[in-house]
Design a protein around this ligand. Structure first.
Ligand SMILES: C[S@@+](CC[C@H](N)C(=O)[O-])C[C@H]1O[C@@H](n2cnc3c(N)ncnc32)[C@H](O)[C@@H]1O
Length: 246
């Protein structure tokens, strides 16, 4: 949403990445877009409580009026269907509330184009009113903050990056860990941490692994994977293995 290019005839929706947790990682573009928006929206899991993205913005720029969208984060097909119908209701509201020339900003943790409810919302808005101009402001992702806090070099020369989801521990994770020239990032794997640790051990990569739980938020823990203990951890956790270098 380039501020200098706003038409008085159009409505705008911008997904704004607010980073993983530390308010200092909000970009200037994000702050500018949030402050100039006519309507600020944010996902939450309880209507009377701010969601994580709203909390980050509050810490960075103070309390601002935010329209909360209650997203049920249940797993599996039923959870996805619930989120789709929530997004459709929210999209109808946005299209009705926004007047021509007005801009809505939807806050989302990390980046708005990676595993974000912004995707659902943007698609729903486009299906209701294709003339709404949709854009996004990139956000720093949890794995980038974790890399920085761990002090590792994530990629060098011809190495690759694989970003996987750890909701199920399947062949994909095992295969990725076997490829020593790839860095492996695992999102959403907290519940399956013990199984992931086991695979890392077998691939000889446990000693290089790092985990960040609630990175940048209160009660955050960032540590070598070997130090985290043996049980599962929460959903808001990211695991990283740099490539195996000689
Ligand atoms: C629904 S995805 C959101 C991803 C987000 N859009 C991004 O770009 O980072 C949720 C997953 O992101 C990761 N994540 C997001 N914020 C995090 C944080 N503060 N600490 C650790 N992991 C985080 C976790 O792997 C979590 O399971």
């Amino acid at each position: 949403m380039k501020l200098d290019k706003v038409s008085i005839h159009k409505k705008y929706l911008c997904g704004v990445g607010v980073g993983p947790g530390d308010p200092k990682l909000l970009t200037l573009a994000a702050v500018e877009t949030i402050k100039s928006a006519d309507l600020v929206l944010a996902p939450t899991s309880a209507q009377d409580e701010p969601g994580r993205a709203e909390e980050i913005v509050r810490k960075a720029i103070g309390t601002i009026p935010v329209r909360r969208i209650l997203f049920d984060m249940a797993k599996g097909e039923s959870g996805i269907e619930l989120r789709k119908s929530t997004a459709l209701v929210a999209a109808k509201e946005i299209v009705t509330l926004l007047q021509p020339g007005e801009r809505a900003a939807f806050l989302t943790i990390g980046d708005p184009n990676v595993f974000s409810t912004f995707n659902l919302l943007a698609r729903s808005v486009a299906s209701i009113d294709p003339t709404v101009e949709i854009s996004s402001i990139p956000g720093i992702m949890a794995f980038q903050d974790l890399v920085s806090r761990s002090g590792m070099t994530l990629l060098d020369e011809e190495e690759s990056l694989r970003l996987l989801v750890g909701l199920q521990v399947d062949d994909k994770i095992e295969e990725a860990l076997k490829d020593s020239s790839s860095a492996v990032v695992i999102y959403k794997g907290g519940r399956n941490l013990p199984a992931i640790v086991e695979l890392a051990k077998r691939a000889g990569r446990l000693a290089d692994g790092w985990i960040g739980v609630k990175i940048g938020l209160e009660e955050s823990e960032v540590t070598s994977l070997q130090n985290i203990g043996t049980g599962p951890v929460g959903y808001l956790s990211t695991i990283i293995f740099p490539p195996r270098r000689l």
